[in-house]
Design a protein around this ligand. Sequence first.
Ligand SMILES: Cc1cc2nc3c(=O)[nH]c(=O)nc-3n(C[C@H](O)[C@H](O)[C@H](O)COP(=O)(O)O)c2cc1C
Length: 376
Amino acid sequence: MSVSSALVRDARTSRTRRALLGAGYRRVLRPALFASHGGDPEEVHDATLARLAQLGRVPALVRALGRLTSVPSRPVEAFGIRFPGPVGLAAGLDKGARAVTAWQAMGFSHVELGTVTAHAQPGNPRPRMFRAPASGGLVNRMGFNNDGATAVAARLEAAGVRRGNRAAGIPVGLSLGKTKATPVEDAVPDYLASFRVLAPHADYVAVNVSSPNTPGLRSLQDGAALRELTGALVAESRRSANPVPVLVKVAPDLDEQALDEVLEVCTSTGVQGLVATNTTLARDGLAAPDAWLAAEAGGLSGAPLRERALRVVRHLSSRADLPVVGVGGIMTAGDAEAMFDAGARLVQLYTGFIYAGPALVADITARHADRAEEPR
Ligand SMILES: Cc1cc2nc3c(=O)[nH]c(=O)nc-3n(C[C@H](O)[C@H](O)[C@H](O)COP(=O)(O)O)c2cc1C
């Protein structure tokens, strides 16, 4: 058999495997998961994460699943890191680094753990996570429920995850947030405390100033506050012989002037990349059966967020050379392609992964690799 016919056959096998993976998830696994635990999304989330954590502790299983989800990929360089492919798991799904070694088996090329705060905190009262299935969305007001920086660092240490060692199989980002009980005026020492504990375990750090669910947090995106915060974190990072790249995650609800201010501050303080975007406070794009969610407080993600996130990524990418990680409303490989066209260097998924499973990760990775070969 000639090399070219072998390649064509491989591509077909990979496409068939992805189609089966996608259909199996959407038709069998997703309905079973969504109906389990009385249909409570957060309980389903916790139980699934616990399973993934178990899986991640069995290297043979990780390898076997990895073979099922793996597709040809094109590496991406950003903020001094070589990513094996373009798709990461967005922050918030594995807040406590419980399944850190399992994400490579789902086909991801990086994972953003957290958001972690300096002090452990319970988050908002339940229910605080809602599905909008007719709209391909989620609404959440989790409020940074997490075990705190010291406990998460201990978990990473136990898993052997340290900066640059690829013990998770893929680069690991850590998302840092402000402890709810810390007044916003004292945000800098609060973030610094988490940074000192977690940076040794992170390939990059994402400064989350854009969650809508911690009172006052988004005010840290304002010029002077953001300058003080990012200045302090970048200075702390540069104290190390091997500085960890610092990224900033922004909200989709900022106007162009505010985005320009974020860009100016980030560029001048030495921030190395942007993650755009977090969830939105807007409620447009909810289909009629999900309209009741307009009255639930929290951030909306998934398909209704797509256009907003895309607009922010396009604006940021057109104004500066900082690499942008595009996140928000990526539900298909075509959505990811639009993000790359808007200037994103990497993409991340949360809601799309819940609705479409690992096949979506594989589809995006394969399409991104194919694009390299197409004449442009
Ligand atoms: C339940 C839930 C929890 C989240 N928690 C966090 C978080 O802790 N930190 C963060 O930066 N983003 C968090 N996010 C936002 C996602 O990382 C992502 O930016 C957003 O959902 C848009 O992407 P998507 O449309 O692919 O979901 C959360 C999203 C959801 C749905």
